[in-house]
Each structure stands twice: as structure tokens, then as C-alpha cells.
Write a protein that binds this ligand. Structure first.
Ligand code: ADP
Length: 407
């Protein structure tokens, strides 16, 4: 059954819905906040997003008012999709999205129930039934637009993780194969009688350098296997302790190269995913030690950290850790490629520094898998800065507990 083009009940209910939209949004917000443990200001962290909800209600009202019209795709459906993107970013589950829209439907229906009683003259049951059907259709379309977009983003995220994992597996097996075949080749030649002493020394170096590379890779793999992106299973540690642990692991390497490793005073006492941060710091500090400048009388590397709380508009909220050294730096033309797999900026130009060009790509994979970023800075005075930023998702809970947590 379709509504006649002029439906007085529809027009009347639409007018009342338009007028009551702020009150309905408030009721919806109250119900959502009561369900999910989230700061009321973060349910819709920006004014723009908060403005979406009255627009959704306006869209439903207009749909009721004019039975010939479809739900407006450019405004209502687009806003519903943006809501799906927001909930995805906030880490909501699909069930919570469906529930949120069920609540919206229930609030609007309850409002219609109250309103219908007040209508004079009373509205004919057939018209009311048709209006309710249209109302349910509108809420359902909004719910589908939000949920479909949410599911689309979730599927893309899973796909992205799978691709990363595949890339990473390829990279590790390539590296293991190369190292093992270098050791086997050098090892079998070392057994030959005709090898000159010089050649023997070179082959021994090949074996030990590749064994060292294998060890470094295995240590990274071990650290990666401890890394759990699921917040419930993470081993968390305060940043100063994670940094101290990384420095401890590299003490001998730093001593051997005469590099002083410092942790800046006042490193923020925020909780971090211990395995991830240690893995990143060990790689970055080890590089800063390896690529220190032998010509400098004082060689140093320093770890600093800044915590940027989430801004009122819901953006930001991250921990930035920088590893700064006064080492040899990186030539300008190589700087853009440092985080690529197997890329080495000083291959052939710096002797006695063993590496595979994998450390920084592992750091990038690790940080990005936690939703963070990596970058470099090259100060005027020379040296390098390698920085990582990790998002803070649970500041609100943490503030209550007196600690700040970072994923
Ligand atoms: P590698 O095993 O070669 O050290 P990485 O992926 O850790 O591999 O680093 C890639 C390249 O980036 C290095 O080969 C080096 O050229 C450059 N690099 C990394 N860290 C530093 C640093 N602190 N100072 C100068 N160059 C660096």
C-alpha cells in the first residue's frame, strides 16, 4: 500500500519531528552513553558529527512528509556513512552499531506514539500504519548505510593486515634464505686446502656477519611474536621502563663503539605496548650506534618523548618518541627510502657496519600495525632523528586510573 500524495498525518508528524529533533538527539545520546563506557563528548567528537544526527532526523521527517521522495542520498545516506566511519575509528563492534540504530528507531517510534495521541482530529489507522511503515523503512535505510560502510572499512582493514603479513613473510624468508646460503657457501669453501689466508679471513667474516644478521632477524621475529595488537592481551609497561630495557639490551654494542646512550629526563610516564616499543627502540638505538660518526670525539644518542593529549575535537592523542643521534646522517637523496625493505643508504660508503636494510621496515610495520606513524628529521647541525608516534585510544579510562595508556 502506498500513501496518497497528500497525507495529513505524515505532514503533521514530520513537522513535529522537525521541531523535536534536538530533544530526540539528546535522548539518543543519553541512551548511547549509558550503554558504552565512553566520554559523552566523544560519542560525537566534533560539532560537525554532532550536527549529523539532527540531519538524520530531518531526513526521516522529510521522507515521512513526502511519500513520493526517496531518502536523500547526498545528505542523509552520506551522513549515515560518515557515522559508520566514526564508529569504525572509535573501535565499536558491529553489534554496537546495530544497537545504536535500534535505539534511534525506538526513540522516534516512542515520540510518534506520544504525538499521535495529541493529534486532532485523531488520525485514521490506515494512514498511521502507512506512516509507521515509512518511518521504519527510513530508519532501516540509515542503519544499513552506517553498518555497510562500517563493514566495508572493517573488511579493508583485515585485507590490509593480511597483505602486510604476506609481505612480511616473503621478506623474512628471502632474508633467511640469503643469509643461510651465504653461510653455506663460505662454510664449504673454508674446507678447501687451496684457500689463501686472506681469502680465508674474508670467508670467516662472511660467516660471522651473516650469522649476526640471522641473529638480529631472529631477535626481531621473537619480539614480533610477543607483540599483541589486541589491547586485552598486551604486556604494558611505562615508557621510561621500556626505554631503559632497550638501552640495557644495547649496552655492550654502545660500549664497543664508544657511543653514550641517554634517556631524556621527564620521559612521559605513559603505558605502552612493551614488546612493540622495545622492538622499535632496540632497532632505532642500534642503528644510531652503528651509524655513529667515528670522526666525532663525543658520540651520543638520546631518546626523548612527548605526550600530546587528545584535543577537544577528538583528534590527536598520541605519544611521540624520538631517537636522536649526532651520527653520520643520511644523504638527502636517500632520505625518502629509509623505511623501505632492504634499502641501505650507506651501502658501499661506510665500512664495518653490518645490516640487511630490514630493521627500519620492521619498525614501520610494527608502528603502523598499531595505527601509528614513523618519520625522520634531519637537524641543521647534522645527525639524524627517527621518530615514532603511537595513538592513544584509551586516554579516558586511563585518566580515571591516574595513568595514561597508549596502544
Ligand atoms: P640496516 O640493517 O642496514 O641498518 P635499517 O633498515 O635498520 O637497515 O636501516 C636502513 C638504512 O638506513 C641503513 O642501512 C642506513 O643507511 C640508514 N640509517 C638507519 N639509521 C640510521 C642512523 N641513525 N643514522 C644514519 N643512517 C641510518
Amino acid at each position: 500500500m502506498t500513501l496518497s500524495p497528500v497525507c495529513t498525518v505524515g505532514t503533521e508528524l514530520a513537522a513535529r519531528l522537525h521541531a523535536a529533533r534536538e530533544e530526540l538527539v539528546r535522548r539518543w545520546l543519553d541512551r548511547i552513553v549509558a550503554r558504552v563506557a565512553i566520554d559523552p563528548n566523544r560519542v560525537f567528537p566534533t560539532d560537525e558529527l554532532l550536527n549529523h544526527v539532527p540531519l538524520l532526523i530531518d531526513g526521516i521527517a522529510s521522507y515521512l512528509e513526502d511519500p513520493a521522495e526517496e531518502l536523500d542520498a547526498d545528505t542523509v545516506v552520506a551522513k549515515a556513512r560518515e557515522l559508520g566511519a566514526l564508529r569504525h575509528e572509535q573501535g565499536f563492534g558491529p553489534h554496537e552499531i546495530l544497537k545504536e540504530h535500534e535505539i534511534l528507531g525506538a526513540i522516534i517510534l516512542a515520540f510518534i506514539e506520544e504525538t499521535v495521541e495529541e493529534l486532532t482530529p485523531p488520525c485514521p489507522p490506515r494512514e498511521l500504519a502507512a506512516c509507521l511503515r515509512r518511518l521504519i523503512q527510513a530508519v532501516e535505510q540509515i542503519r544499513q548505510a552506517t553498518a555497510n560502510h562500517f563493514l566495508h572499512l572493517s573488511a579493508a582493514q583485515v585485507q590490509d593486515r593480511e597483505n602486510r603479513l604476506r609481505r612480511f613473510n616473503r621478506m623474512v624468508s628471502h632474508e633467511l634464505k640469503n643469509r643461510v646460503s651465504a653461510i653455506r657457501g663460505a662454510g664449504s669453501l673454508l674446507g678447501e686446502d687451496w684457500i689463501t689466508p686472506d681469502e680465508r679471513r674474508r670467508l670467516q667474516r662472511v660467516v660471522s656477519e651473516n650469522a649476526e644478521g640471522l641473529q638480529q632477524l631472529l631477535e626481531n621475529l621473537e619480539a614480533l611474536s610477543r607483540l599483541d595488537t589486541d589491547a586485552r592481551h598486551q604486556r604494558n609497561l611505562l615508557l621510561p621502563s621500556a626505554a631503559a630495557e632497550a638501552v640495557r639490551q644495547l649496552r655492550d654494542q654502545a660500549l664497543a663503539r664508544g657511543v653514550v646512550v641517554r634517556i631524556a629526563d621527564g620521559l612521559p610516564a605513559v603505558e605502552v605496548n612493551a614488546a612493540a616499543v622495545e622492538l622499535c627502540l632496540v632497532n632505532l638505538l642500534s642503528n644510531a650506534i652503528k651509524y655513529s660518526d667515528r670522526a666525532k670525539p663525543e658520540r651520543w644518542v638520546e631518546v626523548t618523548g612527548d605526550f600530546h593529549p587528545r584535543r577537544a575535537d577528538g583528534t590527536g592523542g598520541e605519544l611521540v618518541v624520538r631517537v636522536r643521534d649526532n651520527g653520520i646522517g643520511v644523504p638527502a637523496e636517500a632520505r625518502g627510502k629509509l623505511f623501505e625493505q632492504f634499502y641501505r643508504a650507506h651501502d658501499g660508503t661506510v665500512t664495518g657496519v653490518e645490516g640487511s636494510g630490514l630493521g627500519l621496515s620492521i619498525v614501520r610495520e610494527t608502528v603502523e600495525s598499531l595505527g601509528g606513524r614513523v618519520w625522520t628529521e634531519f637537524p641543521e647541525g647534522g645527525g639524524s632523528v627517527f621518530a615514532i608516534a603511537l595513538p592513544s585510544r584509551r586516554e579516558d579510562d586511563a585518566a580515571a586510573a591516574g595513568v595514561t595508556r597508549v596502544s
